[in-house]
Design a binder for this molecule. Structure first.
Ligand SMILES: CC(C)(COP(=O)(O)OP(=O)(O)OC[C@H]1O[C@@H](n2cnc3c(N)ncnc32)[C@H](O)[C@@H]1OP(=O)(O)O)[C@@H](O)C(=O)NCCC(=O)NCCS
Length: 146
């Protein structure tokens, strides 16, 4: 059974474990500490944490800072479920515009965001290191249809 809840500080060891395996350039513990006051949710499969979504919301504008599903559980719909849950929560908190950055080569993530009506906005040249790559900025706005 899949459930969702807010991220708790006791989740961090498990999240760091997933982060290290889900990304070529994982966030450091310091990066997670800097986002500890963000609005964040986790996805549990039979009580095992398999994914997380970390978002910043300021007034009516939100950004998705990090989202990942544990590699062996990817491509089975869990990312869709977690993003759906997180977007509903963000909208209930007042988000009317939502932005995110994604590696240009990360077509799986871009396809996930597109399913929820996110559109490409532009490129941030050389935004990422290790390996260097442009970021595609994507956005969603409440009053714009797909
Ligand atoms: C991006 C990520 C969170 C998606 O989670 P997921 O559970 O694998 O996604 P889902 O199974 O719900 O699939 C969602 C959509 O993504 C797309 N997708 C998923 N895996 C894909 C793949 N390997 N190739 C192309 N598209 C893919 C599909 O469009 C899919 O929708 P559909 O099944 O209705 O066609 C997950 O792949 C992940 O953790 N990746 C590593 C970390 C990462 O890149 N995070 C995003 C940073 S911006």
């Amino acid at each position: 059974m899949v459930t969702y809840r807010s991220l708790q500080s006791t989740d961090m060891d498990r999240i760091m474990e997933i982060e290290a395996r889900a990304f070529v350039d994982p966030w450091s513990p310091q990066a997670f500490r800097l986002t500890s006051s963000y609005a964040s949710w986790v996805c549990l499969l039979d009580e095992l944490l398999i994914g997380y979504c970390i978002c910043l919301i300021v007034e009516d504008e939100a950004s998705i800072a990090n989202i990942a599903i544990e590699p062996e559980h990817q491509n089975q719909g869990y990312g869709t479920g977690l993003l759906d849950y997180s977007l509903v929560e963000l909208k209930m908190m007042g988000a009317r515009k939502i932005y995110l950055d994604v590696r240009r080569s990360n077509l799986a993530a871009q396809a996930l965001y597109a399913k929820f009506g996110f559109k490409p906005l532009g490129l941030r040249k050389n935004y990422y290191d290790s390996p260097p790559e442009d970021a595609l900025v994507m956005y969603w706005k409440e009053d714009e249809t797909i």
